[in-house]
Ligand binder design. Sequence first.
Ligand code: GLY
Length: 258
Amino acid sequence: VTGDIAGFAAATFMRGIPFVQIPTTILAMADASVGAKTGVDLPQGKNLVGVFKQPELVLMDPTVLATLPLEEIRSGMAEVIKHGVIDAPDLFADLESGAGTVSSWWGGAGVIWLARTLRVKIDVVELDPFERGRRTVLNLGHTVGHGLERVSGFALRHGEAVGIGMVAAARIAAQLGRADPSLAGRISAALASWDLPVQCPPFDVERIWEAMTHDKKKQGGELRWVLPRDIGEIEIATTVPPKIVKAVLRDLGARRSQ
Ligand code: GLY
């Protein structure tokens, strides 16, 4: 949030001044500080105002993470796992092998995972800086994730919601015959090893659907689904039948509408 607000202010103050990102959470190091997206929320939705603005420098000092609450470490790790699913089978294999403990972070593994994560992000952003195509893959887990964040009144942390969203995306891909059903189980296991939630809270399924589709309806656009076909293989789809999405959400714990 701090990096996005500062970046947006720097992009618009006097038509733009240089700025430096100094992220101090795993979430910001693994994702938000890299790639030039800046955005601020409006009451109507997340990141509705923003611009692309590259910082002059992104400075990461992992020693600052020592004071991070455990929940924030876990939430950030969901984004690390996400980058493993998108394009780093080696990173994902490390994280699903049970190596995922907080003490392994401080044993030196965390910095290696972070570097691997950033390689994935940088490669995608260099190829498609303005999200005309490939960059959409970075939104894996975010379609359902943003909906859950909103319905929770933002009580769910971003990484927690994205984790559940990734499990939902893998299950949807399996329902469509685009992924092996075991994929969702692998992603769940990697998340669970960081004590991240893998079930949907018991929110009303129609409220989640409404929260997911709200912004798109206003913009006259359609939902773009980022579906994992395998670890390291992602597909973008726009034609996912709502009844499949809602059935997957119910299977994951969402409440049937009264
Ligand atoms: N956080 C997704 C992106 O940078 O595109």
